[in-house]
Design a binder for this molecule. Structure first.
Ligand code: SF4
Length: 201
């Protein structure tokens, strides 16, 4: 898969926006409060803030925006790990490739069993989780798993929403998610796209 993130652009942007003034930061917060959307340079400025008062202002602004968009609510979802195959070596993760452990992915029957347990507990939302391994956990398997989850129901009801938490993938793979009858949110498991940070983690 080709890299679609321009690391030089990001590094330059961060470098060009060091030492923002207090007025600049307050103006960015004001713009964000008005839900106008921020430019890349404005976001880069925020990354350099260390002043506790300004940080407080940023957090307050973020909280206000969150409340405007989502209201005062917390959404719970249950994680469902379908595969622990992974080609990566993130140092904090038990699934990292250099850990000598039993590797497997759940069968569709096992997924059904897990989903029924979660449904009996009253869950309506699932975060579907899998390590990154195109060979042992291909997109076709993930799509089949999604179908299985949506088609599994107990007396208490069924799963209404699946958040898919897998590795970044191709445009074609993303399109295949769109073909599913029920909409689900996709979010990538890459905790950082920064090359330097990736080496560290
Ligand atoms: S990519 Fe995900 S599953 Fe794989 S080692 Fe990193 S955090 Fe763990």
């Amino acid at each position: 898969m080709s890299h679609f993130i321009d690391h030089n652009y990001i590094e330059n942007l961060i470098g060009e926006n060091t030492n923002p003034s207090k007025e600049e930061i307050l103006a960015v917060c004001e713009k964000a409060s008005n839900m106008e959307g921020l430019t890349h340079s404005e976001v880069a400025k925020l990354l350099h803030v260390t002043d506790p008062e300004l940080l407080k202002r940023i957090y307050k602004t973020a909280g206000q925006i969150k409340n405007k968009i989502y209201g005062n609510r917390v959404v719970m979802f249950a994680p469902l790990y379908i595969s622990n195959h992974c080609v990566n070596t993130c140092s904090y993760c038990g699934f990292q490739n250099n850990n000598d452990m039993c590797r497997r992915r759940l069968t569709m029957e096992e997924i059904q069993t897990e989903v029924k347990i979660l449904e009996r507990m009253g869950h309506k939302r699932i975060a579907l989780e899998a390590g990154e391994d195109p060979k042992n956990c291909p997109i076709e398997y993930v799509l089949e798993s999604i179908d299985t989850i949506y088609n599994t129901s107990e007396a208490q009801g069924n799963i209404r929403r699946i958040n898919v938490n897998i590795a970044a993938t191709t445009v074609e793979d993303y399109k295949s998610f769109k073909t599913k009858a029920l909409a689900h949110i996709y979010y990538s498991r890459k905790h950082t796209t920064n090359q330097h940070m990736k080496q560290i983690i």
